[in-house]
Design a protein around this ligand. Structure first.
Ligand SMILES: N[C@@H](CCC(=O)N[C@@H](CS)C(=O)NCC(=O)O)C(=O)O
Length: 210
């Protein structure tokens, strides 16, 4: 049976899917697309994922799973010993709660920050205002995780879940944008712990996120 194939792009939410597969120790192939070169909009990739976005995970049966949360659930539930998606119904729901917040609130807020022109045709000043508002939204969302991590090493339970990997991605983006600046000590410590994990560190090095 063929191995699963992850379609991703460096330093995107596809990185979270990479981290999930690595933590779950699922044998797979990784194929990189250059979003800058528009490879995600070329027919070859649209045949894989008509949404024209990464990540996409082609499963052993040839079907393709898209959307970070769906991929995280599938990977985590396929590797129950990883603890990435707990089996307990409430713990699983809490994991999805954090994942949903990470994607729908924070990743959605980064998008106008990185691509304001996609969200307004009002010219440079409108783009700058939009990027600023989006950044403020992401930062106040991260304040919530900072409070939740008070006195804790992970968001849930006593080992990292998919929720922690998604949070890690968002705090890494915030740090790369120079937004952290001492504002979130708990998030900084959480990020350092996740970055040091044996499954995570090589991926960060490869993607220039270390
Ligand atoms: N809802 C999707 C969003 C995925 C997403 O926004 N992917 C970005 C990279 S982080 C992308 O492919 N952007 C290219 C584009 O939209 O043109 C998910 O959760 O997987």
């Amino acid at each position: 049976m063929p191995r699963p194939v992850l379609w991703t792009s460096m330093r995107t939410t596809g990185t979270v899917a990479r981290l999930m597969l690595a933590e779950a120790r699922i044998d797979h192939e990784t194929r990189f697309l250059s979003l800058g070169a528009g490879e995600h909009r070329k027919p070859a990739y649209l045949a894989v994922n008509p949404k024209g976005q990464v990540p996409a995970l082609a499963l052993e049966d040839g079907s393709v799973l898209t959307e970070n949360i769906a991929i995280a659930l599938h990977v985590g539930l396929s590797a129950p010993d990883s603890g990435l998606v707990p089996a307990d119904p409430l713990a699983m729901a809490r994991t999805v709660e954090w994942l949903s917040w990470g994607v729908c609130t924070i990743v959605t807020a980064w998008q106008p920050r990185f691509m304001p022109g996609r969200f307004t045709d009002g010219g440079e000043s409108a783009e700058a205002a939009l990027a600023e508002a989006a950044t403020a939204r992401a930062m106040s969302a991260l304040d919530i995780a900072e409070a939740a991590l008070e006195g804790r090493e992970t968001l849930l339970g006593d080992r990292p879940t998919a929720a922690d990997l998604m949070l890690f991605f968002n705090t890494t983006i915030a740090a790369r944008l120079g937004l952290a600046d001492g504002r979130w000590p708990n998030l900084a410590a959480h990020r350092a712990r996740i970055a040091a994990r044996p499954a995570v560190a090589p991926i960060l090095a490869e993607e220039g996120l270390a």
